[in-house]
Write a protein that binds this ligand. Structure first.
Ligand code: NAD
Length: 309
């Protein structure tokens, strides 16, 4: 069996929670090289028993010395474009963490490099691999709530640092390019378009409401999908609890992908102007079978073979 030579740039939280376990589980991947300037993050990999054949502090040196089939880019947002383009030019396929880049010019440059090199690049939009969202999309596509006219998305928690990220870059505007907007709302805009279709107009407001940081900790945005559907996003880093997930309103029903209850639910019925409710709910999916990150990695690895020229 061909074994893909895997490189990982950035050995922090998402590399440890998603990318590296995905490659370890795959029989056709070998941990060939990792690059990270932070010794403490590299040490965490060893503690977990993940031994890469070669370890680098500088990703450029890694790319010049290794012939890698694919590379995961798990670094702060500022580096995404430069690293993705370097990996593509080195002949590797790329799994690039979100957001694709910190501005449109960089994102366009990545697309140009994909076309020029003939390699493939996937952005880690993991919500697309959530079983709840897949059940919700199947019901929506089958017309079970009629045509959607509104989508609401709320992704919110208490913030990525401390608690999640292994380094403190998320709150540094030069490293992140923005706060909750770049971290959380990019997922929301992606999944909104995955459910409904292209956004034709968008407006919004970011604000730093609670945290003593130099990037936004909350964002609200309004989306239009042509003239028959609208949507809104509310994402943030200051939410101890509350709804987290997606709600899609259609002409004759509603679908909730409720991340807290871990259920996808479809409801039909009426809330009469009198306040009397007659609602029937069905569970479309009760509990995810696997984590979205596991499924994302399985998908990426399963599609590698077809990407070679
Ligand atoms: N898809 C998701 O659900 C999800 C979740 C969290 C984070 N992310 C994304 O993953 C990326 C990393 O976030 P994280 O939470 O793992 O942060 P983190 O701080 O835990 O990890 C970042 C790692 O990158 C390393 N790094 C920094 N500069 C580097 C360089 N020049 N070369 C090589 N390595 C370098 C750091 O030392 C650290 O180990 C971000 O783009 C973030 O948006 C995605």
């Amino acid at each position: 069996m061909k074994k893909y030579k895997v490189g990982v740039i950035g050995a922090g939280a998402i590399a440890q929670a998603c990318h590296i376990p995905g490659y370890v589980s795959a029989k056709n991947c070998e941990l060939t090289a990792v690059a990270d300037p932070e010794k403490k993050c590299l040490a965490m990999l060893k503690e977990k028993g993940w031994n890469f054949a070669a370890v680098y502090r500088d990703y450029k040196e890694m790319l010049s010395k290794e012939k890698l089939d694919l590379v995961s880019i798990c670094t702060p947002n500022k580096f995404h474009a430069e690293m993705a383009i370097a990996c593509l030019n080195a002949g590797a396929d790329v799994l690039l963490e979100k957001p694709i880049a910190v501005n449109m010019k960089e994102a366009e440059a990545i697309r140009t490099a994909v076309k020029a090199t003939g390699r493939r690049l996937m952005v880690g939009f993991s919500h697309r691999f959530n079983d709840l969202n897949n059940a919700a999309k199947a019901a929506l596509t089958a017309g079970r709530i009629g045509n959607p006219y509104m989508i609401r998305i709320r992704f919110a928690h208490m913030g990525p640092f401390p608690g999640w990220a292994k380094t403190d870059w998320f709150y540094n505007p030069k490293m992140s390019g923005g706060g909750a907007l770049m971290d959380m709302a990019v997922h929301a805009f992606d999944i909104a378009q995955w459910f409904i279709g292209p956004v034709t107009a968008v407006s919004g407001k970011t604000a730093t409401l609670r945290k003593d940081i130099k990037v936004d900790d909350n964002v609200v945005a309004l989306m239009e999908f042509g003239d028959k559907c609208m949507g809104y996003v509310e994402c943030g880093w200051t939410s101890p609890s509350g709804f987290c997930g997606i709600e899609i309103m259609g002409d004759n029903g509603v679908i909730y992908s409720d991340y807290i209850k871990n259920q996808a639910i479809m409801a039909h019925g009426q809330i009469a102007p009198s306040g009397k409710t007659e609602i029937q709910e069905v569970i479309l999916k009760d509990k995810t079978d696997k984590s979205p990150w596991t499924k994302e990695m399985e998908y990426f690895i399963a599609h590698l073979g077809s990407s070679r020229k």
